[in-house]
Design a protein around this ligand. Structure first.
Ligand code: ZN
Length: 179
């Protein structure tokens, strides 16, 4: 039983990694494509992932419920720049307040691809181009910088209304060109 969870967790994270890699490569983000979520293979994250493997949602949620916090997630978000949580820091204007810093465009793009891939893996055949937008709208993230929010929402809406090809074309022609 335990061996099965190891295999299943390994398969899930590898499938996810390869999917995001393909998307990143399609817009020329080669380094990010190769490195996406690699910390999931570190012992601190991998062992927790196996132990709490569920198949239908992130094992971090299960660890969080069980322990009161997710050690794997805290390890993960501190090392992976495509998570907006990586960019949380004290505001320079409002003393003591924690805010989302402006994310460089290439990481917003990787976050967008991460959301597509995660939705595809978890929803399987019920996935549609609207799924990532619906997931985002249900989540109500408080800590996104206005610029980050604007790019992410534009991409999610483009995907929902016009499909993947249109979103990818827009990333190449617009989002990554502005740098
Ligand atoms: Zn990640």
């Amino acid at each position: 039983m335990k061996d099965l969870k190891i295999v299943k967790h390994f398969t899930t994270i590898t499938k996810h990694h390869l999917m995001v890699r393909k998307y990143c490569f399609s817009v020329g983000l080669y380094r990010q494509g190769l490195l996406h979520d690699m910390s999931k293979y570190s012992l601190s994250e991998f062992l927790v992932g196996c132990r709490y493997f569920q198949g239908t949602r992130s094992p971090n949620n299960a660890e969080r419920e069980n322990r009161g916090y997710s050690s794997a997630w805290l390890h993960h978000k501190g090392r992976n720049k495509h998570h907006y949580e990586y960019w949380l820091d004290y505001s320079a204007e409002y003393r003591g307040e924690i805010v989302g810093m402006r994310m460089p465009e290439q990481y917003v793009v990787e976050m967008f691809f991460d959301r597509i891939a995660a939705s595809k893996v978890y929803l399987a055949s019920s996935y549609t181009d609207r799924s990532p937008l619906e997931y985002y709208e249900a989540g109500k993230i408080k800590f996104l910088h206005d610029d980050t929010k604007s790019i992410l929402e534009t991409l999610l809406n483009k995907l929902a209304d016009e499909g993947e090809e249109a979103a990818i074309a827009y990333i190449k022609a617009d989002v990554l060109k502005k740098k």
